[in-house]
Design a protein around this ligand. Structure first.
Ligand SMILES: [Zn+2]
Length: 354
């Protein structure tokens, strides 16, 4: 197969925001020895990109043009000389954080904590282009039962939610409150907790979002905009109290209420802070209740494989808001930034199977 020399890309010309994304042609990247060249079919827009564009992604020392897009799915179009597990033509998806595979954390399967983590679309070019190169160790085959759009919608959020539950040891006996339960990570968490057999209460910020959380499988929902003091409602649903609070947002008003519902020795796990970051905790309550609070970030290779297996078998279903042409990327970010989407906004980069 002869590859073109240049590719269409929606690339960031400078920091500032979505208006700095230009429709351009860039050289098709060459895969290094351990890298795979992927012909991109789908990729999403993510809050991470808004962060990158704003210049607040302090870890990224960007040069321009920069191609964002953390979660491309597509077809292998070329392999470096040391690639062994993938071949041209294979349908694949990218796990956004790339771990080193060599440190003590990676050796123990705790690659979410790898000190060398770097991200596709942040620290190197991503998938808002017709081609992307990614190290083999962060490229995963997808089954024929999974569309590229679903694989893209899964790649970031589901493994992150899976890792949060791994961190705190989710069991089928848990009574879980998921904050932001209609969001990407929240709805993934609802599905994974239900799969484990837990009882799940979804907390969401509008009637529509609460309905989405119910559709994702939540046993009960609370709308914290309509009912800011919802602790009593949760207590009426689960009089014994909540054993696990999963929070991707850190909304201090939601914390205030959920903490009132926790059973002794409950666990709290946090993976985001866009609605906070500051929350109040009474340490008198904390030590007496023996509650444990965990931070979680990123995901593991094991978690990524597990989520892909579950999705391929139809046991989880990543929510998609819409699938749009790559050229509509600025409007997609406008919708994402004002939170008009419910589910992932996926961009279609190539015609054909997506
Ligand atoms: Zn490592």
């Amino acid at each position: 197969m002869t590859l073109p020399k240049t590719m269409r890309a929606m690339a960031l010309a400078e920091l500032g925001g979505p208006h700095c994304i230009m429709d351009t042609n860039l050289p098709v990247p060459e895969p290094a020895e351990d890298e795979v060249l992927i012909r991109v079919r789908t990729v999403a827009v993510n809050h991470q990109d808004l962060f990158t564009m704003s210049g607040r992604a302090h870890m990224a020392n960007l040069s321009f043009p920069h191609v964002m897009g953390i979660d491309p799915s597509g077809v292998v179009a070329g392999c470096g000389s040391r690639v062994t597990s993938l071949a041209v033509g294979r349908r694949v998806v990218v796990k956004p954080p790339i771990a080193c595979d060599a440190c003590e954390f990676c050796a123990r399967g705790e690659d979410d904590s790898c000190p060398s983590l770097h991200n596709v679309g942040v620290h190197r070019w991503g998938g808002h282009a017709e081609y992307v190169t990614v190290p083999e160790r962060s490229v995963y085959p997808i089954s024929s039962g999974l569309t590229h759009a679903k694989a893209t919608a899964l790649a970031h959020s589901f493994p992150v939610a899976e890792q949060m539950f791994t961190r705190v040891g989710l069991t089928g006996d848990d009574v879980v409150v998921v904050a932001g339960a209609s969001g990407a990570i929240g709805s993934a968490a609802v599905q994974l907790a239900k799969l484990a057999g837990a009882f799940v209460i979804g907390a969401a910020g509008s009637p529509d979002r609460a309905a989405r959380a119910a559709a994702a499988g939540a046993d009960a929902t609370v709308d914290y905009t309509a009912e800011p003091d919802f602790a009593g409602t949760v207590r009426s649903i689960v009089p014994e109290g909540v054993t696990l609070f999963l929070d991707p947002a850190s909304n201090p008003d939601v914390w205030k209420e959920v903490l009132k519902t926790l059973r002794n020795r409950a666990r709290v796990v946090v993976c985001g802070s866009h609605a906070g970051p500051m929350v109040q905790i009474n340490n008198n309550w904390l030590f007496r209740s023996r509650v444990a609070i965990y931070g979680s970030a990123g995901s593991t290779r094991r978690g990524m494989r597990r989520c892909l297996d579950l999705a391929g078998a139809g046991r989880i279903d990543p929510a998609i808001d819409s699938v749009r042409p790559l050229g509509d990327i600025r409007e997609a970010y406008a919708d994402l930034g004002s939170r008009r989407n419910v589910g992932k906004i996926v961009l279609r980069v190539a015609d054909g199977d997506w």
